[in-house]
Design a protein around this ligand. Sequence first.
Ligand SMILES: Cc1ncc(COP(=O)(O)O)c(C=O)c1O
Length: 229
Amino acid sequence: LLSSQLSFYKPTPKRYKILLEDKAFPSDHYAIESQIRLRGLDVTDSMLTIAPRQGEDTIRTEDIVSVIEREGEAMALVMLSGVQYYTGQLFDMEAITRAGHAKGCLVGFDCAHAIGNAEMQLHDWNVDFACWCSYKYVNSGAGDLAGAYIHEKHAHSVKPTLTGWWGHDLKTRFLMNNGITILVEYQSLTQTLLLEIQHICNLHTTYRQLSYDILTTIIQHAESHLTTY
Ligand SMILES: Cc1ncc(COP(=O)(O)O)c(C=O)c1O
């Protein structure tokens, strides 16, 4: 979430607010607060939160859409969950994305409780970006890899992005001359190979229809990565 917001949160004097849930998961709430402070902005003014109506347990889509319609021109980001951890509801990501785009906002979702749990069509819904941890419905261990989705329309459209050596074209990466040729935006750090292997195994055991021989998968994956270097 922090990494994607470094690229996608581009506040301007007129458009700087972020919409999130009143009870967003604390990691998200704090991450958004940090982003706002890092840009030298005021948290109270820049964070817009939305809650269920009095006496209700879930946040209505119509309320989300109406706050976007009302305040969207000052919003840089709409940043909600896919499945809200506190209310348990699956948000209508497509309708929310449509409403955000109609007001010129970028729309991202924290899919920590949606990944492996709800069917999503992030690309078809035109969602700009999303992220998730893998230790809930994807059953990986705590601390295992997080995931990120970025719509392909943003492959090169967001400038600047959080880039780094691992996005450097492999043909020239090892010249070590600090002359970066970005092949993949947003990809910045060295891959954590062992965690990746663990993650792939978790996916195979979670979604048994794939019924792979796990050991073979580990070896193949390790070989295909290691031989490159
Ligand atoms: C909605 C949501 N976002 C983020 C996280 C965790 O993020 P991190 O482990 O990076 O603090 C959780 C963990 O429970 C979560 O439920």
